[in-house]
Write a new protein. Structure first.
Length: 528
């Protein structure tokens, strides 16, 4: 006891570094456990240095040094190099290459294990306090486990990128109609950009959201077990809004091409662009478009410009204003066949495709030939291969080359069915050039059989001469007028003038739509 009391404490210092000679800060330096109850301690600074006053003891008792991540060491002072514990680090990914969070990574050796969960990016770092062979295992919920054998060494870092395969189920998606965009758990699904599709998903609960510009969004919760399949077949509901249309009394209102009762319309309709048309005797037809948005109300009030039938110049001006926004090439010619003889026109001198209106000069020339005793209506024409032409009429499908038809029968087919084969046969028999020359003599010099062209004014001139009885004889005029009043095509002039007699000839070729004729009004008539 006297010897111990006489001992003098000695200061001791040194530096702690790692295997590369870098300072180790925060290392605990303490005297061995034999020392007094509270043995002297020190902590290395940023430069790895420490200083501690030790109580003298046995000569072979060193200072103990410990630092996180390092194997402990001992020293009697001076420079001490600590060896780092082996480290296993890396990132856990699933079979699609996405990070797996909260996976447990364990490093095991003999009976000892060290572990750490992965962070949100799937990254991990495990310090193993021993060296040698070790197993690394990865466990993640709803994933297959993964493992690897590694060799651990002091100061060594083993980098791994374990892959764990997801436990999957399948969602089969179908919608009526197809083509809805798919989102899973709030994110668009690259694997299923639009329905229908089959979508592998990790087991567990998911929210499937379907969206479309035209249809109401739909959400559906699904829960998948491993290797399960869920079939989702959903009918999408069209997005709608409310459309209200009003128009003045006394006319006809149509919405999207369909007539509606009265002149006030209100209905729930599909979103998008809708059109409304109003017609009345007192105003020009007016058509307007309006956009209906989802869950909103769109209102449209139609106000047609008034028609003044006694103001010819104003009528023409308003007619051209009405036609201008319709697009295309439009020609209009109206001629009063009564005492006034007035004309109203727009684009009347533009040469347009006549389509089947060009068959009228053929009929007029045939009847002129009958009037001048050049042919008889009972005379026959023998069909040739070159006469057959598809399109309108019945001859193309019912007759054949060598068949004989009377002129009168071919005339009836030409006018009432607009038969193309009858037109070809009559052109051949009568001569296209002679037909054109006769049309020119009636004031229709620009109406040609060869290129199927005519102007509205000259087509009107042919009907004007027919209506005035100056084109062919009275008997021939009556015959042709009767045929023109009873054609198979009555969806144009006749449609808008119900109850009136109309002698007319239509023309139709793709986007070309024509109608020309005479309208018989009680006490009067006019060409249109």
């Amino acid at each position: 006891m006297l010897g111990l009391a006489a001992a003098v404490a000695q200061p001791t210092g040194g530096q702690v570094v790692d295997g590369a000679g870098r300072p180790v800060a925060g290392a605990a330096v303490a005297q061995s456990a034999w020392a007094p109850l509270h043995p002297p301690r020190a902590v290395t600074g940023g430069d790895g240095r420490y200083r501690v006053t030790v109580v003298p003891g046995p000569a072979d008792t060193p200072l103990r040094v410990a630092a996180d991540g390092f194997q402990p060491g001992s020293t009697s002072g001076g420079r001490l190099a600590l060896r780092r514990w082996p480290v296993v680090s890396g990132q856990v990914l699933d079979d699609t290459g996405r990070p797996v969070a909260e996976a447990l990574v364990t490093v095991g050796q003999s009976r000892r294990e060290w572990g750490s969960p992965t962070d949100a990016d799937g990254r991990f770092r495990v310090v193993a306090e021993t060296a040698g062979p070790a197993w690394v295992s990865v466990l993640a919920e709803s994933h297959d486990p993964a493992s690897a054998l590694v060799s651990l060494s002091p100061d060594g870092v083993v980098s791994l990128q374990p892959a764990v395969r997801r436990h999957l189920g399948v969602v089969h998606l179908e919608t009526v109609p197809a083509g809805a965009a798919v989102a899973i758990d709030g994110a668009p699904s690259p694997a299923c950009p639009a329905t229908p599709c089959e979508l592998p998903l990790p087991v567990g609960a998911h929210r499937v959201a379907l969206s479309s510009e035209l249809y109401v969004p739909v959400e559906q919760d699904v829960t998948l077990a491993r290797d399960s399949r869920v079939d989702l077949a959903l009918s999408l509901q069209r997005k709608t809004g409310t459309l209200r249309v009003t128009a003045p009394a006394g006319g006809e209102l149509a919405v999207d091409g369909h007539g509606v009762p009265g002149v006030a319309y209100a209905a729930v309709v599909a979103t998008g662009t809708h059109s409304a048309t109003y017609r009345s005797a007192a105003g020009w037809p007016v058509t307007a478009a309006i956009e209906v948005r989802w869950k909103e109300t769109a209102a449209l009030a139609l106000a047609p410009p008034a028609v003044n039938p006694r103001d010819g110049a104003g009528f023409t001006r308003d007619m051209r204003a009405y036609l201008a926004p319709l697009g295309g090439d439009i020609g209009v010619y109206l001629e009063d066949l009564g005492g006034g003889g007035g004309v109203i026109a727009s684009g009347e001198n533009d040469r347009l495709e006549a389509a089947s209106v060009i068959k009228l000069p053929v009929a007029l020339y045939l009847l002129h030939q009958v009037d001048t005793k050049q042919v008889k209506l009972d005379d026959e024409v023998t069909l040739q291969d070159s006469d057959f032409m598809a399109g309108t009429g019945s001859l193309y499908g019912s007759a054949q080359a060598g068949d004989k038809f009377k002129y009168q029968d071919l005339l009836g087919l030409l006018i009432q069915q607009s038969d193309n084969t009858a037109w070809q046969a009559l052109q051949r028999a009568l001569g296209a050039d002679r037909i054109d020359a006769y049309a020119a003599s009636l004031g229709a010099a620009d109406c040609h059989q060869g290129d199927d062209g005519c102007t509205p004014r000259q087509a009107g001139a042919l009907f004007s001469r027919l209506g005035r009885g100056t084109a062919v004889s009275a008997d021939s005029s009556r015959l042709l007028m009767l045929m023109l009043e009873n054609t198979a095509f009555n969806d144009r002039i006749n449609h808008y003038l119900p109850g009136l007699t109309v002698a007319h000839k239509v023309g139709l070729d793709g986007n070309v739509q024509n109608d020309c004729g005479i309208v018989f009004v009680p006490g009067d008539s006019f060409v249109i």
